[in-house]
Design a protein around this ligand. Structure first.
Ligand code: ADP
Ligand code: 5GP
Length: 191
């Protein structure tokens, strides 16, 4: 169960972690498999059920909680749940992949606690909150209410960065991705 390495990537929404995770997944030498989370939010235009997330109703999500199917789950935003199922970990372990998680800052620490020796936690930080706001606006996926909510939450989330093994500031995307690649490569090749 704990053979492969777990790579935890957390950041406030809009920082760029999904963009960075996608770039890392394309690097064969890292042998990464993406942990597809479950969520109760609706899918964005470019998102595919089962690839980006498992999109569930709140009732289905709560049933999975009761059935103890998650290794962690959070109500990240009001009435919007996100969680990592045990079956995802099993699936990727069976495929012999190192598992990469795109996860909120609390969930990331939760996984780190459960796998202290086989996981590495990386916090991606935005250069500043103004730039974070611009990224959320430019992504064109959120209402102005959702942007305000996410920005408000981001200020609190940033205080968690010192609990992570590494912090990378995503100012220049290529540089941030290179930095993450170096950290992950060193970790997965460590004896
Ligand atoms: P997250 O997964 O953290 O919510 P995304 O990966 O969706 O964030 O990125 C949010 C937006 O910011 C996207 O439109 C993405 O293209 C853009 N972005 C990501 N990194 C950078 C960067 N270094 N500079 C400018 N824009 C970026
Ligand atoms: P988004 O709605 O922007 O895709 O994600 C919102 C937040 O939920 C992000 O911080 C994202 O990383 C986080 N998230 C995604 N999947 C999970 C998960 O399985 N568990 C937890 N705790 N958070 C998740």
């Amino acid at each position: 169960m704990k053979k492969e390495k777990l790579i935890i990537i957390a950041a406030p929404s809009g920082t760029g972690k999904t963009t960075i995770v996608k770039k890392l997944l394309s690097l064969e030498l890292l042998n990464l498999g993406f942990s597809v989370s479950s969520t109760t939010r609706t899918n964005r235009d470019n998102e595919i059920n089962g690839r980006d997330y498992h999109f569930l109703t709140v009732d289905d999500f709560k049933e999975k909680i009761l059935n103890n199917e998650f290794i962690e789950s959070e109500e990240v935003y009001e009435n919007i749940y996100y969680g990592t199922t045990k079956s995802e970990i099993h699936r990727l372990n069976n495929e012999g992949k190192n598992i990469i998680f795109d996860i909120d800052v609390v969930g990331g620490l939760n996984i780190k606690r459960q796998y202290p020796d086989t996981s590495i936690s990386i916090f991606i930080a935005p250069p500043n909150l103004n730039e974070l706001k611009n990224r959320l606006i430019n992504r064109k996926t959120e209402t102005s209410e959702s942007i305000d909510y996410r920005l408000n939450k981001a200020s609190k989330e940033l205080t968690f960065s010192n609990k992570y093994d590494f912090v990378i500031i995503n100012d220049n995307l290529e540089e941030a991705t290179e930095e993450a690649k170096g950290i992950i490569y060193q970790f997965i090749t460590k004896k």
